[in-house]
Ligand binder design. Structure first.
Ligand code: ZN
Length: 221
């Protein structure tokens, strides 16, 4: 069943970082819910992007929920710094961890929401093991590493599968999607059970502006 409020999560990497305060104000005005940080280490994925200092800079500008998506190896070494920087939730990749249990506990014990992320080619069959501990599950709808990639439609079924597991247990866990989302693809993911939508290229490039993009991502236009 589609969720009532769709959480829109702008990817800060696509904002104008030279005008961070203006961008955060514009996103807030447009109705954004969580600000999403695509943090890449040059190892888990080839690009190198942002880390705790940028999260901290944004923390000083807003009370919005800050969501750190760690596309990094050894995320357990970085959790404390992201928590100190003011992240409200931290996503780690299933592919980066032989067993995510310890790092998910570490995130939760630090007072932060824990997220577990699955790449398009990684089955999410094992997510039930950690579901009760998770603030959200993130299903990637593109291969991680670059903005502006095309949506992979076979990931819709994985969203439906995880939504069923969440609902069967009556959990409040959010189900987030990231990659290639726009006015056509986001509603497909929402219909499959996603309630949190990450957007960068589409949102910041929308010809009618951010508020129109936020509405379109929620399927309201
Ligand atoms: Zn992301």
């Amino acid at each position: 069943m589609p969720a009532t409020h769709i959480i829109v999560c702008p990817s800060i990497i696509c904002a104008d970082l030279a005008h961070l305060a203006d961008e955060v104000a514009r996103l807030t005005e447009a109705g954004a819910d969580w600000l999403h940080f695509d943090c890449m280490d040059g190892h888990f994925v080839p690009p190198l992007t942002m880390g705790p200092p940028l999260v901290e800079a944004v923390r000083n500008l807003t009370d919005l929920h800050l969501d750190a998506h760690l596309m990094i190896e050894h995320p357990e070494r970085q959790v404390a710094d992201f928590v100190r920087a003011g992240a409200d939730s931290i996503n780690v990749h299933r592919e980066a961890l032989a067993d995510p249990t310890a790092v998910l506990d570490q995130i939760r014990e630090a007072g932060c929401g824990a997220g577990l992320t699955y790449n398009p080619e990684t089955p999410a069959d094992d997510v039930g093991r950690w579901l009760p501990q998770l603030h959200h599950v993130l299903i990637m709808s593109v291969k991680p590493g670059w903005s502006g990639q095309q949506f992979q439609p076979q990931t819709v079924g994985k969203v439906r599968q995880v939504r069923t597991l969440i609902d069967e247990r009556g959990l409040p866990t959010h189900l987030q999607v990231d990659g290639g989302l726009n006015a056509e693809t986001a509603p497909l993911m929402i219909a499959a059970g996603a309630d949190a939508v990450v957007s960068g290229t589409y949102l910041f490039g929308h010809p009618q502006g951010l508020a129109a993009a936020v509405r379109a991502l929620r399927g309201q236009d």
